[in-house]
Design a protein around this ligand. Structure first.
Ligand code: GAP
Length: 452
């Protein structure tokens, strides 16, 4: 993946994110801290919507998947058993002159930190031999800082699910095939984070481990690849920019029988959005052996005891949010002016409806505020704005992707009729105040990604 392909478009996204309060550089007032970001008021709403869309589809609307929220710091044996302590490494090389550090397997895409137009080593420095660099963040638990207190920040949410397999089995009425889903922070000391929030050291994952009888492996693997790819296009991502990439045999972990990435064509090239892997019975078996606890499932009907196999769709929430942003972005010329618009799916948009009084008098602000209170629910996020000309207020909402705007004018005061405007078409309609909610619900249901 080339980092230089269309950096100007990425710059546009980064600057919009900062200007409108989606994403800020973390610790900015102290000069930041290597590729770490904070989410502002709109960014946090966007991420919440992405998580909600994932959770609703993966858990709420299914009767075979339950949720979990496991700890970030687990017993360190977890990571010894899973293979992360010995094997969760990237090959790293250093430049002896500029002290740049690069992933040896991605060196083609890397730039010299001293001379960004050059490749690593082209500053005249010699590159070291590649050595394995473990990506896990280490910490100490308790007051003593010795080897007995070492612990790790989890590098994936998946292991917390395996550790709780038995607990969930015994406390919930589930049996294979069934899944356990969780969303939470993961941490990786990436050698070269980059491309904004695409690759960071602290990020949120949405993972689901689907436990199945081994014979159903092929069927469920196919199911989850198709289901996860369609989730992105159902929420408005351009299908032409999505593709599935099946891992070659030499890319697979030794225990895995298959892995497919859902990839998106970013301005910097095709990149992994999510991976769907068959992990066989590797994790349950290993944790069973290491802990001495029997993590097999006992099938009452067949009287058989076995380790279920696992299909794992593993997504990144930050990466998904970035993808929704990039994919939604559009610029067009309207009445001689540039209109910047984010064509978010209404369920993904941080704000669903803007409510404006046409002017700040004649009772319109009070009426608009009353309508805002009526519309405000957990599903519909509203925003009241009375400043500037109405055209500017529409443009401000277009730029943050608000799909609908309601304007209170003279007709509202006279006949209870408002103007409602659709972000994508800019078409305006008149309707009764009592009809707004139904109109929005219908427009959300029937929303289609506009052709561009
Ligand atoms: N349990 C399997 C697992 O963690 P992964 O491919 O390493 O698989 C899954 O991670 C997803 O998490 C990726 O597809 C990506 O969306 C996200 N992800 C991984 N590393 C990331 C990072 N450094 N920054 C942001 N997102 C990341």
């Amino acid at each position: 993946m080339s980092q230089t392909k269309d950096t100007s478009f990425m710059d546009t996204i980064v600057s919009l994110c900062k200007r409108r309060g989606f994403v800020f550089q973390a610790s900015e007032i102290y000069g930041g801290i290597g590729n770490t970001y904070d989410y502002g008021p709109l960014g946090v709403e966007l991420k919440r919507r992405v998580k909600e869309a994932w959770w609703t589809r993966m858990v709420t609307l299914r009767d075979d998947i339950v949720g979990l929220d496991s700890a970030i710091i687990q017993n360190p044996k977890t990571w010894e058993t899973s293979g992360h302590v010995s094997g969760f490494t990237d090959p790293m090389v250093d430049c002896k002159k500029c002290k740049g550090r690069f992933r040896a397997d991605k060196i083609e895409d890397a730039r010299c930190p001293e001379r960004p137009s050059k490749k690593p080593g082209e500053c005249g420095g010699e590159l070291t031999e590649a050595r394995a660099f473990n990506l896990m963040f280490k910490t100490h638990v308790g007051a003593a800082e010795d080897s007995s207190s070492i612990a790790y920040l989890r590098p994936e949410t998946a292991q917390g699910i395996f550790l709780n397999f038995k607990n969930v089995l015994e406390s919930s009425r589930v049996k294979p095939p069934f899944g356990i889903a969780q969303i939470g922070k993961s941490f990786r000391n990436e050698i070269t984070p980059g491309n904004f929030v695409f690759r960071t050291r602290e990020f949120e994952q949405a993972e689901m481990e689907f436990f199945i009888p081994p014979a159903q492996n092929e069927q469920w693997y196919k199911h989850w690849v198709a289901e996860r790819a369609s989730w992105y296009s159902d929420f408005g991502i351009d299908p032409a920019k999505l593709r599935l990439r099946e891992h070659a045999a030499d890319e697979l972990a030794h225990y895995s029988t298959g892995c497919t990435d859902v990839e998106y064509e970013y301005p910097f090239g095709w990149g992994e959005l999510e991976g769907i892997a068959c992990r066989t019975d590797f994790d349950l078996k290993r944790h069973s052996e290491a802990s001495g606890k029997d993590l097999r499932y006992f099938d009452q009907e067949t009287k058989e005891k076995y380790f279920p196999w696992v299909i794992e769709p593993a997504a990144g929430i930050d990466r998904a949010a970035l993808t929704f942003l990039i994919d939604a972005y559009d610029e067009e010329e309207v009445e001689g002016e540039k209109r910047v618009v984010l064509h978010f799916h209404p369920e993904i948009a941080p704000i669903t409806v803007g409510i404006f009084p046409l002017v700040k008098k004649e009772g319109m602000p009070e009426k608009a505020a009353e309508i805002e209170r009526m519309l405000r629910t957990s599903r519909l996020r509203t925003y009241y704005d009375e400043s500037a000309a109405i055209g500017r207020r529409y443009r401000r909402q277009d730029e943050i992707g608000t799909p609908f705007c309601v304007t209170v004018d003279g007709d509202t005061m006279k006949d209870d009729v408002v103007t409602i405007r659709h972000r994508d078409t800019m078409v305006q309609e008149k309707l009764k105040v009592a009809e707004i909610e139904g109109w929005i619900a219908n427009a959300m249901r029937s929303w289609k990604r506009p052709a561009r």
